[in-house]
Each structure stands twice: as structure tokens, then as C-alpha cells.
Design a protein around this ligand. Structure first.
Ligand code: COA
Length: 319
């Protein structure tokens, strides 16, 4: 059994924070942020919203696009590192919001690679006959784990959610997925566990990042995964119609595009207006490019992500 993406959806909170906003409270500037990251602004969740409520908006849009009723879904996987609760999973909270009475529902915690991990797992489920209609989501309330006095992290991340419907089909849609991790880098990008910290040392559970070290490993690793993905499919660079990278830093994205000999017009970019939305960035970018007509049925799309762990992965998809 094969699997194909039959619908996409996205949601961004209404509130937008421009780079200029940070200039009054931090030693930073719009020029520095844009030159080093490619980011101009990011969306930030409202007090009444949550990771699950953003996931619900994105999921409903993806279900509409696929022409599916929520109760037809038999698998929900949410990639998130900013869940509403430690447990139950955001997937279970979403399941309740969508009114689905019985299905498999769980979260995947793979930092910025959360969506690619969720897609890879759902693909295996469908291939093995364990599911027929899956909702795969990346959703993050990053603003709730940021220290707004740390200029090296708070300017980078934004909030949002993206979703796809993945259905069992005769034709091949997901060509391959490739998942990796290497825990030796666990101290370069992390968020502490608030429960443990409350008990032990009272540290706040904020995102901590050694940006420059992360940058160097990300560039090397993502270059390698491009080769791995194409080789696994017997394809060459020119077979790829679109690159949808995790939106971490425009300089990282450009170096992967260069590796693929891909002009930047063929790279779906959202980073300027959304910042790094972690596991939401790839499904949000996919949704944007499908809805504005750039990505069409039959196009070959390479998605790749890298994040804290480190965890990284790719998916080669025929739309
Ligand atoms: N405004 C102004 N200066 C800043 C700043 C900001 N927002 N953030 C950091 N700086 C400063 C640093 O404090 C440092 O100052 P110093 O030289 O006086 O110590 C200087 O800029 C250079 O810092 P460095 O970390 O070497 O900068 P950089 O060129 O590597 O850019 C990042 C920083 C975070 C933009 C970049 O490293 C990056 O994007 N890394 C990857 C992050 C990533 O992808 N994370 C997510 C993975 S999923």
C-alpha cells in the first residue's frame, strides 16, 4: 500500500511581531536580524490560543482540502515540542476538539524535525496496513518557551501550525522518508523539563541554543541527506521540482539549495514573514505553495529538516 498527501492546511496567529519591536528592549536591530537569519517578522499566539487550538485550525483546513470528514481519520500524529500539557498528548486534545471518538493519536517530539518524523511514521503505519487516513501535523507555541531577554533566540522563533492529510492509495505519493538522530549534540539546542526544574533547581524552561555550533552541523548534515534521499530513489538533482526546507535560517537554506543546484525560485520560503516555527514550518510552507498554485499534482517535492537532538530527516514526495 502507498500513501499520498491529499490535503494541506495551515494556521498562523493574528498577532505579528516585527524585528523593530525588539530594538527597544534588546541590543539588536532589524538589519542584524534580517542579515543573519532572513527574518523580518513572526506570528505570536494569543493568550486564549494553544498548540492544540492552532493544530485544530490547520487540521480542519487540511480535511476540507482533502474532502474528508474528521471521523474518517484513523491516525493523528502531532509533531510538537511545545505541547499544551506534558500529557495527554496534543494529538489527544486535538482528537477531542475534532470530535473523533476512536483512532490512534500521539505526539512525536523531534524538535524542528517533528513534522518529518510524524510523516515518516505515518507512512510506515499506512504501508503496514495500520491506518488508511491520517492527519499529520506540526504545531508550535514557541513564544511560550522563549526567554524574551535572550537576543540570540527570541528573535528567531515564531508560532503556527501546519497539517496534511495522508491517505492510503494505489499510486505512490510518499517516495521515501529518511530519519536520523545523534544525541551527542543534546546540549547545543534544548529546553529543560519544567517539572524537573521546579523540583530540583527552579531553572526556567526556556529554549537555549548555541546558534553558531548548530549552524555548522546543520549545513553539513543537510547536505548529506540530500544525496541520501536522491540515491535511495535513483533520482538526480534535476528530478526535484521544489525544495521545502525547514525554515531555520536563510543562509542554511541557501546552502542546501546550492547543493541541489536549485535556483531560489524553486525553494519555498516563508522564513521572512514567519521566522522559525519549528515543526510547523514545513507543512506551513507546503500549504502556502499548494494554495498559491506553485506546487501542482505530479510535482516532486523534497522536504528536509534539522533540529535539537540533533534530529534530522527528509521526505521525497510526489504530490
Ligand atoms: N542581535 C545582535 N547581535 C546578536 C544577536 C541579535 N539578535 N544574537 C546574537 N548576537 C551577537 C552574539 O552575542 C555575538 O556577539 P559577540 O561576538 O559579542 O559574542 C555575535 O552576535 C555573533 O554571534 P554568533 O552566534 O556567532 O552569530 P551567527 O552569525 O552565528 O548568527 C544565529 C546567530 C543564531 C542567527 C545563527 O548562528 C543561526 O541561525 N544558527 C542556526 C540556528 C538554527 O538554525 N536553529 C534552529 C535549528 S532547528
Amino acid at each position: 500500500m502507498n500513501a499520498r498527501i491529499t490535503g494541506t492546511g495551515g494556521y498562523l496567529p493574528e498577532k505579528i511581531i516585527h524585528n523593530k519591536h525588539f530594538e527597544s528592549s534588546l541590543e539588536t536591530s532589524d538589519e542584524w536580524i534580517y542579515a543573519r537569519t532572513g527574518i523580518r517578522k513572526r506570528h505570536v499566539i494569543a493568550a486564549h490560543e494553544s498548540t492544540a487550538s492552532m493544530a485544530e485550525m490547520a487540521a480542519n483546513r487540511a480535511l476540507d482540502a482533502a474532502g474528508l470528514d474528521a471521523d474518517e481519520v484513523d491516525l493523528i500524529i502531532v509533531g510538537t515540542s511545545s505541547p499544551d500539557r506534558v500529557f495527554p498528548s496534543t494529538a489527544c486534545i486535538l482528537q477531542d476538539k475534532l470530535g473523533i471518538s476512536d483512532c490512534v493519536a500521539f505526539d512525536v517530539q523531534a524538535a524542528c524535525s517533528g513534522f518529518i518524523y510524524a510523516l515518516g511514521i505515518a507512512h510506515q503505519f499506512i504501508k503496514a496496513g495500520g491506518a488508511k487516513k491520517a492527519l499529520i501535523i506540526g504545531a508550535e507555541a514557541n513564544s511560550r518557551i522563549l526567554d524574551y531577554s535572550d537576543r540570540s533566540t527570541c528573535v528567531i522563533f515564531g508560532d503556527g501550525a501546519g497539517a496534511v492529510v495522508l491517505e492510503a492509495t494505489e499510486e505512490q505519493g510518499i517516495l521515501s522518508t529518511h530519519l536520523h538522530s545523534d544525541g551527542q549534540y543534546k546540549d547545543l539546542l534544548y529546553v529543560n523539563n519544567p517539572i524537573k526544574d521546579q523540583l530540583e533547581d527552579g531553572d526556567k524552561a526556556y529554549l537555549t541554543m548555541h546558534g553558531n555550533d548548530v549552524y555548522k552541523v546543520a549545513v553539513k548534515t543537510l547536505g548529506r541527506i540530500v544525496d541520501e534521499t536522491l540515491d535511495a530513489n535513483g533520482m538526480v538533482k534535476s528530478d526535484v521540482d521544489w525544495l521545502i526546507p525547514h525554515q531555520a535560517n536563510i543562509r542554511i537554506i541557501s546552502s542546501v539549495a546550492k547543493k541541489l543546484n536549485m535556483p531560489m525560485e524553486k525553494v519555498v520560503l516563508t522564513i521572512e514573514n514567519q521566522g522559525n516555527t519549528s515543526s510547523a514550518s514545513i507543512p506551513l510552507a507546503l500549504d502556502q505553495a499548494v494554495r498559491d498554485g506553485r506546487i501542482k499534482k505530479g510535482h516532486v517535492v523534497l522536504m528536509e529538516a534539522f533540529g535539537g537532538g540533533f534530529v534530522w530527516g527528509s521526505a521525497l514526495v510526489k504530490m
